[in-house]
Design a protein around this ligand. Structure first.
Ligand code: HEC
Ligand code: CU
Length: 309
């Protein structure tokens, strides 16, 4: 089976796609250049001192030893760091998205006080619009990080941390939990899709409603397996079984590119493998294996989930 690592495009801040990542990038480049200049100047001064035969005057010591390092360099660095921090604070007109870290997946609710559209394991963002992420954790500390777009922020149980970001380039990016949270931690990733604002609105509207109806008899069988095998104790499919939150929302599972929080390329085969034995595909996954399902039942339920787009 195809591992999904690396199919989600960029996870690099060297080609930034968000305001936070761009300023971190610019600050790093400016620091590297600035420190290069300081290095050359200091080396030149040492060479001069080596050749001079009188001791340096007080003025040299005050300016080179105190004023330049403290005043110029530290203040500039402090100022730009503060400006960067200010960018991560909340905006009034921003789109609000609740993101909750679970072992080892992501629950996502768009516009929680309005349309409240729930999805999981992929984050879709409108280009050039500020977004306020309200970060929560269900069980242990996780950390939200999309290196191409923004700096990271911890997700702490019982707290709400705010991260404001603005994506500036459409495309596919990769996010990753950045705080060790248990065995499944390295496999707690997600995909980030940045869409043009119009496409984002369409996507949100389409994602909001109930799940697509099971159109064929085999898909209806699959829905029945979902309802009778106990899946609905942990998973929601809007319009079929609602309210369970222990596992990712599956209303649009077939539309995700990846399965298992950014781990495997989505396909009916991967879904069947996952349902039969999730822990074989993702050590530590908090979902029981369903080896007892008959072959036809497993096929039907995975075909049904794949059809939910
Ligand atoms: C005890 C709760 C529980 C039950 C019961 C359960 N699951 Fe899960 N399921 C989870 C959890 C938790 C995850 C997330 C695991 C992870 O990614 O670490 C998950 C993940 C999944 C995923 C991947 C979702 C994604 O976004 O990639 C699918 C598909 C899935 N379950 C299908 C099923 C089906 C079908 C059944 C019934 C046959 C079922 N589950 C029963 C808890 C459960
Ligand atoms: Cu985590």
């Amino acid at each position: 089976m195809d591992s999904a690592l690396g199919i989600f495009g960029s996870q690099s801040w060297l080609r930034p796609a968000g305001i936070g990542a761009a300023s971190a990038h610019d600050l790093t480049v400016a620091m590297a250049i600035g420190l290069g200049v300081v290095f050359v100047v200091v080396m030149a001064l040492i060479a001069l001192a080596w050749r001079a035969d009188t001791a340096p005057r007080g003025w040299w010591i005050w300016s080179g030893g105190v004023i330049v390092p403290l005043g110029a360099i530290l203040l500039i660095l402090l100022g730009s760091t503060m400006a960067l921090l200010a960018m991560t604070r909340a905006h009034d007109d921003a789109l609000v998205i609740d993101v909750t870290g679970h072992q080892f997946w992501w629950d996502i609710v768009y516009d929680p006080e309005g349309a409240a559209v729930r999805d999981a394991n992929e984050l879709v963002l409108p280009k050039d619009r500020p977004v306020t992420l309200r970060l929560h954790a269900e069980d242990v500390i996780h950390s939200f990080w999309v290196p191409s777009i923004s700096g990271k922020m911890d997700m702490v149980p019982g707290r709400t941390n705010i991260l404001t970001l603005t994506a500036t380039r459409t495309g596919l990016f990769r996010g990753q939990c950045a705080e060790f949270c248990g065995v499944g931690h390295p496999r707690m990733a997600f995909e980030v899709r940045v869409l043009d604002p119009g496409a984002f609105d369409d996507w949100l509207e389409q994602t909001g409603g109930e799940a697509r109806k099971a159109a064929r008899p085999d898909l209806q069988d699959g829905r029945e397996v979902f309802e009778t095998a106990g899946c609905a104790a942990c998973h929601e499919i809007r319009g079929v079984a609602e309210g369970a939150r222990m596992g990712p929302d599956l209303t649009r599972i077939g539309a995700r590119r990846s399965l298992g929080a950014g781990m495997w390329r989505m396909s009916q085969g991967a879904l069947a493998g996952w349902i039969a034995d999730a822990r074989a595909m993702k050590p530590g996954a908090q979902m029981p294996g369903y080896t007892q399902l008959s072959g036809p039942d497993l096929r039907a339920v995975s075909a049904y989930l794949a059809s939910l787009k």
